[in-house]
Design a protein around this ligand. Structure first.
Ligand code: G6P
Length: 626
């Protein structure tokens, strides 16, 4: 997984490329490089290291006079992070430069073929076969642009795998770009054009964006963008991106993650805004489970944080709409003999980026079963939206921190809307309206956690940060939130954290409980309003008592307990070492304040440990490889 950028225009290419690279370094940050076309040929600079460090070296070393160039930030897949494995890669004669995001699966056989033709390879990457192949496909016709385009096409026809590439060639004042299963956009400017893996890379320059489609090949010059697909010219619509560059920047916070946690109330508001008109929920799509839902069900497919959001969504939708929901990791679904009744199952792919390779593959597989498919994503025009029959967008705005935060709560909001929309036929109207009223309060509820619990959470995080192991436990609709809390803590603070169903601890993990394994317990399950108590199931009313029972069992094994509990719950204080207070809500909505609290807890613990919060080791924001 990597980030690629390109510039063609009348201005100095290098500073623009470096600035764009900084905006998408979250896509890969183990090495970086640039290539610029000059009067003398192609100048390349690349190195191992963080994008910032490489950029600093380039700024120090290079003053390149060029109006056309490209850049790359790498997240290694083939070959360790190193100067030679960094992109751009060149052909043997140094006349063609390529940056690539994706994986060329048949690179080994292509490499052998090229070696037998006399090519010399310098890197261990799969990418390096591309410039060599392009060189071999050139015909020396004299028409550099036409020839390069045709050579790239011929090369792409030989590649198996995924790619977004930008190609530059000596003597051509433009760039050729192409994509297959990896994202690529074109930023449209005034007598200049930009190419990038993602919108934030171009936002400083333009908000006019063309999303390239699967299989598109584009020839980008300063005054034109020509696109073809399958050998014929195609027109792709230009979209106006409503985000400002401030949206995509840190806005005064030390880390994107903290900024993004503080944007959780806004993410809820903006997501609701899109789909709530008065008391009417207007998701505006055919879910395939309209009318009589008998025999119908939903299968959710997702990875990582989105999987935990989906698990919470299962509880929400089953509780409110009484429609059965199944859930699978996309990566498991892809390689299992799943029994799926295409006519009666709606498949929902939950993916904030819309680009996760496993999830996209799962969507395609679901379509082969004949299922209705719905993508729930945060990125307009992303690959998932183009595969699925229908799309529901979350309104979280750009999320830069590798650890997903505001996109997670925005996904939860969609599940509340879906559940409530489908609950209409099943709930008394008064209960429906009370739920809706509570849903509308969620931005304030999230804000209250940020305003009132943050100080105490920092204190608890300082305490937690001294340990190497922790458990997060919950039940019911808050089990997924415990899993999310543990995932967040482990990925950014490197504390080993396990999320567990509270009732399952006694079946193994009890053996690990000591005074050195703090347990964070979510104890927020009290039914709230009278009318909602009536509609709440007996099971969910019992969860609070059961959680208290579990907390007592944990304490009896000597482990310290931090409870996430509601304002006014004095009972819980008797059994735990510390309490993080969150506002009262009815049980079904408690995941929202609990999530905000656990996201903050993970953030402050990681900060205390001096971790690289926005770019945790070995991870990437959007995983576009299987
Ligand atoms: C990566 C990210 C996670 C994210 C997961 C799924 O692992 O680091 O934060 O939850 O991918 O991403 P998606 O874009 O499909 O939600």
């Amino acid at each position: 997984m990597c980030g690629i950028v390109g510039y063609v225009g009348e201005r100095d290419a290098l500073p623009i490329i470096l600035q764009s690279l900084k905006r998408i370094e979250y896509r890969g940050y183990d090495s970086a490089g640039i290539a610029c076309i000059t009067n003398n040929g192609i100048e390349v600079y690349k190195d191992k290291g963080k994008v910032d460090d490489v950029i600093e070296k380039i700024n120090y070393l290079k003053s390149i006079s060029s109006n056309t160039g490209m850049g790359h930030c790498r997240w290694a897949t083939h070959g360790a992070p190193s100067k030679t494995n960094a992109h751009p890669h060149l052909d043997g004669e140094g006349g063609i430069a390529v940056v690539h995001n994706g994986i060329i699966e048949n690179f080994q056989s292509l490499k052998e073929e090229l070696l037998s033709l006399g090519c010399t390879f310098v890197s261990e990457t799969d990418t390096e076969v591309i410039p060599h192949l392009i060189n071999h496909c050139l015909k020396n016709s004299g028409d550099v642009e036409w020839e390069l385009k045709e050579a790239v096409k011929e090369t792409l026809s030989r590649l198996i795998g995924s790619y977004a590439i930008i190609v530059a060639a000596k003597g051509f004042d433009g760039l050729v770009a192409a994509r297959k299963e990896s994202p690529l956009i074109i930023g449209v400017g005034d007598r200049e054009n930009f190419i990038a893996s993602d919108v934030p890379a171009v936002l400083e320059q333009t908000n006019r964006v063309i999303y390239l489609d699967e299989g598109d090949l584009a020839v980008v010059k300063n005054d034109s963008v020509y696109i073809e697909n399958g050998g014929a010219e195609v027109k792709r619509a230009e979209r106006l991106i409503p985000w400002t560059i401030e949206d995509a920047e840190k806005g005064g916070y030390e880390h994107f993650m903290l900024k993004e946690i503080h944007e959780e109330p806004k993410a809820i508001t903006d997501t609701l805004r899109g789909y709530l008109a008065g008391d009417e929920i207007t998701l505006g799509i055919d879910l395939g489970i309209e009318g009589d839902t008998k025999g119908k069900s939903i299968l959710m497919l997702a990875c990582g944080t989105s999987y935990y959001a989906a698990l919470c969504g299962k509880h929400i939708i089953e509780n409110l709409a009484k429609v059965p929901v199944q859930l699978e990791f996309a990566s498991e679904f892809n390689y299992s003999d799943f029994v799926l009744d295409g006519a009666n199952v709606t498949v929902m792919a939950i993916t904030q980026s819309g680009e996760t390779a496993d999830t996209l593959m799962a969507l395609k597989k679901a379509k082969r079963y004949g299922c209705k498919t719905v993508a729930i994503t945060n990125v307009v025009g992303s690959s998932a939206t183009r595969i699925a029959d229908e799309t529901i967008y979350t309104g979280a705005g750009p999320e830069i921190g590798v650890a997903a935060t505001k996109s997670f709560v925005a996904q939860l909001v969609i599940f509340y809307l879906l559940g409530l929309q489908k609950s209409l036929a099943k709930l008394p109207e008064a209960a429906f309206l009370e739920y809706l009223e509570e849903l509308r309060r969620m931005p304030q509820i999230a804000q209250l956690v940020l305003d009132e619990a943050n100080g105490n959470i920092q204190k608890q995080a300082r305490y937690l940060s001294k340990y190497e192991h922790a458990f997060f436990v919950g039940r019911g609709v808050n089990l997924p939130i415990a899993l999310e809390g543990a995932l967040k803590l482990k990925e950014i603070s490197y504390i080993h954290a396990e999320g567990y169903a509270a009732g399952e601890l006694k079946h193994g993990p009890f053996a690990l409980l000591t005074e050195d394994t703090p347990v964070v317990a979510i104890v927020t399950h009290q039914p709230f309003k009278k009318s909602l108590i009536k509609s709440a199931t007996q099971a969910s009313q019992n969860v609070y008592e059961k959680m208290l029972g579990n907390v007592k069992e944990i304490k009896a094994r000597g482990a310290p307990v931090i409870a996430i509990a509601e304002e006014g719950d004095e009972e819980v204080e008797k059994y735990v070492d510390a309490v993080v207070r969150v506002p009262r809500t009815s049980a079904i909505f408690s995941p929202i304040p609990n999530t905000v609290a656990l996201h903050l807890l993970a953030y402050w613990a990681a900060k205390e440990r001096g971790c690289e919060i926005d770019k945790p080791r070995n991870l990437a924001k959007s995983v576009t490889v299987e």
